[in-house]
Write a protein that binds this ligand. Sequence first.
Ligand code: 8X3
Length: 252
Amino acid sequence: MAATPIAVVTGASSGIGAATARTLAAEGFRVVLTARRKDRIEALAAELTDAGHQATAYALDVTDRAAVDEFATAFRSLAVLVNNAGGALGADPVATGDPADWRQMYETNVIGTLNVTQALLPALTASGDGTIVILSSTAGLSTYEGGGGYVAAKHGEHVLAETLRLEIVGTPVRVIEVAPGMVRTEEFATTRFRGDTEKAAKVYAGVDAPLTAEDVADTIGWAVTRPSHVNIDLLVVRPRAQASNTKVHRTL
Ligand code: 8X3
């Protein structure tokens, strides 16, 4: 009997990462949930296991290269890697943005993705049929006022995906970039505004049905389960009420 294919999901403690872990478990993957918050991923792994799926949790900070390398030693063969860990900090103009925020966003979004991808690429290749998903953002494709640091980091992830796809063509690994627009999750905007829930709520004010984490997980599940020779290079997904990063219909 063939072994159950394994899918690693980073940032699986909440939002899109947690929803993706659920989706991939339901698709029949053995999911390995990673995030810094061990209690959260352990609870989700237990929930999935109780539901009859295969799931394990591994506490990991994707910016810690030594820890990522240690984690990677567990895999000789890997089917799917979903690079989801990342996020935004602040929404200040370039003129006043905090360089520390810019640095941290680059570190978690770009270097985190680079670390995990480099460490697991040998196992993905060894599987003979590997898939790397990079969760960028519509912020990785065009900018908006106040988005500078986040947009720069997400452009970095977009470039990483495009470059890697060029470099590994001919190997049995595909690179899928999923770029969501406005997604309402429990933490994204609240983290961006450092716990200010009022400011976070304003992001979605009057917007008829922002995307949910499940909507994005659904697109990831679809892209990952296409036949091996089909590569969804870039999938942009926005709510119907959002036509661009700066054109959002609000009923206020
Ligand atoms: C999230 C999209 O519009 O907040 O990646 O930059 S946005």
